[in-house]
Write a protein of this length. Structure first.
Length: 84
C-alpha cells in the first residue's frame, strides 16, 4: 500500500516531535515514507549515509507508522534513493 501524502507528513510530524527539530533536520530532511508491504515500511533516504543513521530509529518509526496507519508495522527498511 502506497502511503498518501497526508500519511507521509503525519509520520514525519510525529518523528520530528520524537527526535527534536535539530536531529530531524539533520537526518530526516528529504526522507519519504513510501509504502507498506505486509508489515514492512519502506522509507526513501537522500543518501546511503542518511539511510544507515535513520535505521537506528527503526523501532520508533515502526511504532509511529503503526499508530498513523492503523496497522502493524514490524520492520522498517530504509533505502537510499537512486539519483538519475
Amino acid at each position: 500500500m502506497h502511503l498518501s501524502p497526508v500519511q507521509d507528513l503525519a509520520i514525519q510530524a510525529l518523528t520530528a516531535n520524537l527526535v527534536g527539530a535539530e536531529e530531524f533536520d539533520r537526518l530526516f530532511l528529504g526522507v519519504e515514507f513510501i509504502e507498506v508491504e505486509g508489515d514492512i515500511l519502506f522509507v526513501g533516504a537522500p543518501s546511503e549515509e542518511a539511510a544507515d543513521e535513520i535505521e537506528q530509529y527503526w523501532e520508533e518509526l515502526a511504532a509511529i507508522a503503526t499508530r498513523v496507519l492503523g496497522q502493524p508495522v514490524g520492520l522498517v527498511m530504509v533505502l537510499p534513493r537512486l539519483r538519475v
